[in-house]
Design a protein around this ligand. Sequence first.
Ligand code: HAM
Length: 420
Amino acid sequence: MNRLKGMFDIHADAGYYAAIKAAIQAVAHSHHLARIETPILESSDLFHRGMGADTDVIRKETYTFNDRASRSLTLRPEGTAGVVRAFIEAKLYARPEPVKKFYYDGPMFRYERPQKGRFRQFHQMGVEVFAEASPSVDADLIHASVAILEHLGLTAHLELNQLSNTSKPDYKAALKAHLKPHLDSLCADCQTRYADNPLRILDCKIDATHTALQNAPMPLDYLSDEETAYFNALQDHLKALEIPFTVNNHLVRGLDYYTGMVFELKVDEAILGAQNTVAGGGRYDDLVHTLGGPALGATGFAFGIERLVVALKAAEIAPLTDPLDLYVMVLDASVTDYALQLVKALRHAGCAVMMSHHDGSMKKQFKTVTQLDAAYAAILGPDELASGTVTFKHQASGTAHRLNLSDTATMTRILHGGDA
Ligand code: HAM
């Protein structure tokens, strides 16, 4: 039996995932984000209404099936729609804080063509912030995304754009009128997008150099005065935060719910090729209302965790490791109970400890100590038991500490790096 195409097991890279989760936790703490977890499976209707029936994700990429009661269900392709559903269902909008901030991470599913940085099961870490539209809330959110990268020791470039909510239909019409004479020379995907989702043509990688796109009307040309002022204020805040950015007026994002500011964080193409966007997000001020909640704006982003793993490796940043403090070698079955008790006491004191279970000669057990890279080895046999002592040997220096078998306090101090 093999795993499914585009899906994978996480074992060798588990330390990278742990490092990424630690960075998320640190930023969740400093930005005071509340944890939210939603089911992986939701009604298909949620994603149709939430993400837009004409988006690539909904048209071609969802894992949708009927359950035994013939209800159409979908494995979540992203986290935002589910968080908004939960936000409405549990009336989280009634919480006292004026800006309600949540974070999550977990697996997402999209039936895509697997390639570097693009999988069918992948993991996202996301933040969703519910509050009246405000450039400073957006700047604060973008700061959280940049802070995650800083925690990891990564750098990425921030690209920013502002979509017009007020003149979206006018802009769509103008873009379509401009592209119509060039339709035959656009790529096959863009020809489909023309009818359903013309904005996506703007960020098509294949047609990026097409002259029709070079001189197409841009979303920024269609902003109202208020939207322009908003975007300028956001840029001022980012400058105050010393977050470098580029305005990319071709940036539109793939999901329908965006209503204003959109952004992406990109790493060098040399690292991830065309899939070099490690995070994306923006404002979605209509979604809470569309899904049955109050008219409350929101803004958010999500990182692709697998892409961060690739970026960490490329930058030669070490994964998180969980070192073993002590390996207790058991020389004879008669001392097993004592070894179990010793190991139990040290684990209670917070040490990472393993013991052998009659695993052969002392030589063989020392080999295990080396393979496990344990900081200390202890030998426990009938002689040690008779004398009531045990020897802790520091593997790197060879220093030995002979300790009273009941003195777990001193043992703990040594294992935690203190002196005997
Ligand atoms: P998205 O741009 O579709 O946005 O996905 C966010 C990130 O997830 C991408 O930048 C990428 O790093 C990663 N990603 C997406 N698809 C795949 C895949 N097939 N394989 C590996 N990684 C992938 C959203 O999902 C929005 N919910 C973000 C958001 C939150 N907007 C507002 N709030």
